[in-house]
Design a protein around this ligand. Structure first.
Ligand code: UGA
Length: 433
């Protein structure tokens, strides 16, 4: 299959590289020349385990190409994936679809005589496919193209595995021709056990938002239960295990922690509420999930102040990990963005270490310093905060690395055993226990 991915952001690049690895001819297009030049050299714009290796391998074989030429790339392809960004619009909760529509107009110009499938892989609100179809159909026969929804369910940091072993592949189209072609495209994954479902385009668009909103709800639910556990001396891990064993509930995404972040859950929960409002439907549950999550960073900040008995000024606080979760360099909506500046403002001296390096966003903040190794970062700490669950943070010998006697560990990912910490005489706090 000849495939064109438009947009080399997270979704487009990972999917494009994986499609080429499955044996397809893929061209990844982006208007950012610098990004394209770097990709040709095998330099990935994002941190994703295993991605650079696959880029280099498939580029060398010639199955994977990078280009800024949208026209040529669309003309030569049978399947075109739209993978541009759909950020939250400023001052509203709606998804900004300007890039999607802009690309659709361009694609429309290059559909001449050969049938093409145009697929939205970007997360787009229900009915976006209908608008794209209208844009593309201007002045041409509908027999020449088909607009399909095929949402992605990749997690940052696990994206390649999620692509190869997806739980499901959702194809939203009522065109049997397109469905047949796409089933064939995905056949290597289907033969490995992935479920393939064909729905209407609108249903497919909503499946993506409903899935992300449900997962955000599940996390927020366990986070609120964790708040209760802290008050009544129960370990929330026991609750997660006890609930998760019920097959109707399932154990995944029941890990209590800081507020959920990233480029998807915060944006998509807001966008689904906005879409529902357009249809005069009140998604009150999702609304309260958004509120609860937004308040969570302040809640943990207050807990932190309580742990330090209100004495923040001149305290040496070390953050281990600042991204929104482990195995990514993504800072978007990370709860560290709310916590670090606020603690620095209160006079704390903050060191942070992250395996993905220094973050621009903290460069200008007084008293916030990046240290490029765990040992030096925590050496002088009064309080160590484990903010993300990188493997690097899972077996730290705090006692031998921290020079102060009465240091405290606040483990926001519940990595360590409270019992073992107690035995080691380390002052330790977790989430919901
Ligand atoms: C999420 C979804 O999991 C993917 O299926 C989806 O494709 C993607 O959004 C998207 O729409 O593009 P991602 O944002 O990469 O993936 O990250 P997750 O692993 O889902 O984590 C999101 C947030 O929830 C993180 O802050 C993480 O720390 C938090 N989380 C996750 C918890 O606090 N507890 C959990 O049990 C799981």
């Amino acid at each position: 299959m000849k495939i064109c991915m438009i947009g080399t952001g997270y979704v487009g690049l990972v999917s494009g590289v994986c499609f080429s690895d499955l044996g397809n001819d893929v061209v990844c297009v982006d208007k950012d020349l610098n990004k394209i030049e770097n990709l040709k050299k095998g330099i990935s714009p994002i941190y994703e385990p295993g991605l650079s290796e696959l880029i280099k391998k498939n580029y060398k074989i010639g199955r994977l190409k990078f280009s800024t030429n949208l026209k040529d790339s669309v003309i030569k392809s049978d399947i075109i994936f739209i993978c541009v960004g759909t950020p939250t619009k400023k001052k509203t909760n709606a998804a900004d679809l300007s890039q999607v529509f802009d690309v659709s107009k361009k694609i429309s110009r290059f559909i001449k005589s050969k049938f093409k499938i145009i697929i939205t892989k970007s997360t787009v609100p229900v009915t976006t496919g209908d608008i794209i179809e209208k844009i593309i159909s201007k002045g041409k026969s509908k027999k020449l193209f088909s607009v399909v929804s095929n949402p992605e369910f990749l997690r940052e940091g696990e994206a390649i595995r999620d692509f190869i072993y997806p739980d499901r592949i959702v194809i939203g189209t009522d065109s049997s021709r397109s469905n047949k072609i796409l089933k064939n495209l995905y056949s290597p994954l289907i033969s490995k056990g992935a479920k393939y479902i064909n729905t209407t385009r609108r249903a497919s668009e909503l499946i993506k938002y409903a899935s992300n909103s449900f997962l955000a709800t599940k996390i927020t639910f366990i986070n609120e239960i964790a708040n209760l556990c802290e008050k009544i001396n129960i370990n929330v891990e026991d609750i997660s295990i006890g609930m998760g064993l019920d097959k109707r509930i399932g154990s995944r995404f029941l890990r209590a922690g800081p507020a959920y972040g990233g480029s998807c859950f915060p944006k998509d929960t807001k966008a689904i509420v906005n879409t529902a409002e357009k249809f005069k439907i009140n998604l009150s549950l999702v609304k309260s999930v958004i509120k609860s999550n937004e308040k969570r960073s302040l809640l943990l900040l207050n807990k932190l102040i309580e742990i330090l008995k209100g004495k923040i000024k001149n305290k040496n606080i070390c953050f281990l990990g600042v991204t929104f979760k482990a195995n990514t360099d993504d800072m978007r909506d990370s709860s560290a963005l709310a916590m670090i500046p606020s603690l620095a403002k209160k006079g704390a001296k903050i060191n942070y270490y992250d395996p993905t390096g220094e973050k621009n966003v903290f460069k200008k903040i007084k008293n916030v310093t990046f240290i490029n190794n765990i040992k030096s970062a925590i050496h002088n700490s009064d309080l160590v905060i484990i903010h993300t669950e990188w493997n690097d943070f899972k077996s730290i010998n705090f006692k031998s690395l921290i020079k102060k006697k009465n240091f405290i560990v606040y483990d926001m990912r519940n990595i360590y055993s409270p019992l073992k910490m107690k035995k080691a005489k380390i002052k330790y706090f977790g989430i919901g226990r």
